[in-house]
Design a protein around this ligand. Structure first.
Ligand code: MRU
Length: 355
């Protein structure tokens, strides 16, 4: 079952809020359904968001034809609604803009473009996973003990995964010993999703608390850190799930390779560096409790940045479906653009990013 798919003219997703207890497929029949699923993280992860945005426009085109409305108007308004859902992952805007560019060719072109992104995502992930597994072998002799963060697996994509795809490819080659999985507070993507995926695949893993990661890296328990990305700036700064920066600092201090696995579409040519990447600020109630159970005193205020920026100088390499960009040897993902950053969402908060 794919994380996201197009079945009988509707978007079908695995509702990730219910994992690991239940694998429930949910049918999203309107643009508003897709927008809500994105905001509530029923569908999440940069690659899945790109495809969700694209399929949301396919829904808009289909609805406009059915209701005899202006297709271009309906698709453009859907694009604006979906773009405003989550600001950090550039893939959301990438998927939406790619489909929007076909609107002058008619509704079927919009739908075809969106659907073409489903298989394409899986092929890209498989290619980058092979390159990533090769690179792992290059930086460290097998067997590998890998630490990943959040969930960059099949659940963050249409299928297969990026960072977890690298882990899978390495495991299939018999070169992977184990994976350390930080819980990923506050929404526990590591505990709920990555541990579940690794369990399904039979890959040995240990769940750890987020705060244990840097110490385990320093103590020699990790041969490489492999993470996904939500946006990569032209200079190689990487936005990923909050907590990634601390792991990168620990890896650099310990001389452990820090590898980012993400498709070319995650590289934002229009974002010069990490200071220009909008960081999503989520509601404080995700921090003061979990699933309706309050863990902090009543009235406690919380800050809840969903992502952080890892500066390029802490990154060993970025592996895409086309290349290994050796950031540690001075390579850059893109030539720095003079154009202004494209801010795909509501709030742009970049405080605390050292430049
Ligand atoms: O808030 P989420 O769960 O959407 O955050 C996901 C991540 O940070 C992933 O590491 C990233 O999107 C890469 S997924 C291929």
């Amino acid at each position: 079952v794919r994380t996201i798919d197009w079945v009988d003219d509707a978007v079908v997703i695995i509702d990730q809020r219910l994992l690991p207890d239940e694998v429930r497929l949910v049918s999203l029949e309107s643009v508003a359904d897709v927008a809500l699923a994105i905001r509530t993280l029923a569908v999440r992860g940069a690659m899945a968001l790109g495809v969700a945005g694209a399929l949301g426009l396919a829904l808009a085109a289909r609805e406009a034809v059915r209701d005899r409305q202006d297709v271009a108007e309906a698709v453009e308004s859907a694009a604006a609604e979906l773009l405003a859902t989550r600001p950090t992952a550039v893939n959301l805007g990438w998927g939406i803009r790619r489909v929007l560019a076909r609107v002058t060719d008619g509704p079927q072109a919009v739908i075809d473009e969106a659907l073409s992104m489903l298989d394409e995502d899986v092929h890209k992930n498989r290619r980058l996973s092979m390159l990533g597994a090769d690179f792992l072998d290059e930086v460290h002799g097998p067997p590998h003990r890998v630490l990943t963060h959040c969930n960059a697996g099949a659940l963050a994509c249409v299928d297969w995964g990026t960072a977890l795809g690298v882990v899978r490819s390495s495991y299939e080659r018999g070169r992977l010993a184990e994976v350390l999985v930080p819980e990923t507070r506050p929404l526990l993507q590591g505990a709920r999703l990555t541990a579940w995926e690794l369990g399904q695949l039979g890959i040995p893993h240990f769940l750890i608390t987020d705060s244990a990661g840097p110490g385990l890296i320093a103590g020699g328990r990790v041969d490489a850190v492999v993470v996904g990305a939500d946006r990569i700036a032209a200079n190689g700064d990487v936005a990923n799930k909050v907590g990634t920066y601390g792991l990168a600092l620990a890896a650099a201090r310990a001389g452990v390779p820090f590898i980012v696995a993400a498709p070319e579409s995650t590289i934002d040519q229009h974002t010069r560096d990490g200071t220009q990447i909008p960081i999503e600020q989520r509601a404080g109630d995700e921090v003061v409790g979990f699933q309706g159970y309050r863990t902090a005193p009543n009235g406690t205020r919380a800050l809840n940045p969903a992502f952080d920026i890892t500066p390029a100088d802490l990154v060993t390499a970025i592996v895409t479906e086309d290349r290994v960009i050796r950031i540690g040897s001075g390579e850059k993902p893109a030539s720095t653009s003079a154009e202004p950053a494209l801010v795909d969402g509501t709030v742009a908060v970049t405080e605390g990013v050292r430049r």
